[in-house]
Design a protein around this ligand. Structure first.
Ligand code: SF4
Length: 80
């Protein structure tokens, strides 16, 4: 499973931070950070989701009010 985070879209509501600790608060920027994320496009970050964090990653994606977080399975199909 993979998570994709569009940091440009993020408006810093920080609901995701409460759901998965891979997301942390950058209060100076008013944005979340995805720990361990690789910048695959300007301000878009991706990383693998460990098996024990799959539920947390899905919840983080679901609670984001601006859909800045997407979750994909290993076949590349979007789950959330
Ligand atoms: S929930 Fe969405 S808008 Fe809020 S900090 Fe997380 S990614 Fe950004």
């Amino acid at each position: 499973m993979k998570v994709r985070f569009d940091r440009d879209t993020c408006i810093g509501m920080f609901q995701c931070v409460a759901e998965w600790d891979a997301f942390t608060e950058d209060t100076d920027a008013g944005k979340a950070d995805l720990e361990g994320g690789e910048e695959v496009e300007p301000d878009v970050f991706e990383r693998a989701v460990p098996a024990d964090a799959e539920l947390d990653a899905k919840f983080a994606a679901r609670v984001c009010p601006v859909d800045a977080i997407e979750v994909y399975d290993d076949d590349g199909d979007q789950l959330v």
